[in-house]
Ligand binder design. Structure first.
Ligand code: 13P
Length: 253
């Protein structure tokens, strides 16, 4: 059985003082017996202090982006080894905001995925369609291209999580229905079986992301191929994030 995995993508939120307050709330509500893997993904400037905050808790640390080179003249960028230094276990790669606002292509994302994994990071690779794609009936075509363009059989699947984040559901309050999410998750698993093999695909965690809230987490997480959540807005409030984690814990129990 796949262990549920809930990650919080803080995006560009929180100063150090605000982050410490959030972490104090998460620490107070955390439980060593959670049957769910939990990670927080703060912005870069918080990774080092948050690496200390999560010490002796079941909470893992992730980053929201990484460069594909190990070092060099890349102003403003951060390497995989630097993330490891900050005690990161995870890195989000290919978030739709990076694809759309920073022009990240699958060719670049493929390089980032490999570089991150080689350095010892687990990767949360994001895919998802725009509203216009969904309305045109192109969801599967778009998601397939995002998977095929960045993954291949030589990628270390044991370090891979997929996050399906329909772009029209991100930050909009419009969640995919459980049926819509399950349909695409099942499609993704089938595609992963073609890229890797069936047994490998069955073991890969596929998170859903896009307006996951305490009041909809349980029904989404109850879908057979929805193995966790990548949470944006609701992860900025300790009680909301904890409620989503508890929903995942219950589906994993
Ligand atoms: P929201 O939960 O705010 O919709 O954000 C989802 C997301 O983009 C997580 O990566």
């Amino acid at each position: 059985m796949r262990r549920p995995f809930v990650a919080g993508n803080w995006k560009m939120h929180k100063t150090l003082a605000e982050a410490r307050e959030l972490m104090a709330g998460l620490r107070a509500g955390s439980d060593a017996d959670w049957k769910v893997t939990v990670a927080v993904c703060p912005p870069y400037q918080l990774l080092f202090p948050m690496g200390r905050e999560i010490d002796k808790t079941p909470i893992k640390l992730g980053a929201q982006n990484v460069h594909c080179q190990p070092q060099g003249a890349f102003t403003g960028e951060v390497s995989p080894a630097m993330l490891i230094d900050c005690k990161c276990d995870y890195v989000i790669i290919g978030h739709s905001e990076r694809r759309q606002q920073f022009g990240e292509t699958e060719e670049l994302l493929a390089r980032k995925i490999r570089a991150a994994m080689e350095a010892g990071l687990d990767v949360i690779y994001c895919v998802g369609e725009l509203l216009e794609h969904r309305e045109a009936g192109d969801t599967e075509k778009v998601v397939a291209k995002q998977l095929d363009g960045a993954l291949a059989s030589d990628v270390d699947a044991s370090r891979l999580t997929i996050a399906y984040e329909p772009v029209w559901a991100i930050g909009t309050g419009k969640t995919a229905s459980p049926a819509q999410a399950q349909e695409v998750h099942a499609f993704i698993r089938g595609r992963l079986a073609e890229i890797f093999d069936q047994a490998t695909a069955e073991a890969i965690i596929i998170q859903y992301g896009g307006s996951v809230k305490p009041n909809n987490a349980k029904e989404l997480l109850s879908c057979p191929d929805v193995d966790g959540a990548l949470v944006g807005g609701a992860c900025l409030v300790a009680d909301d994030f904890l409620a989503i984690i508890r929903a995942a814990h219950e589906t994993g129990s």
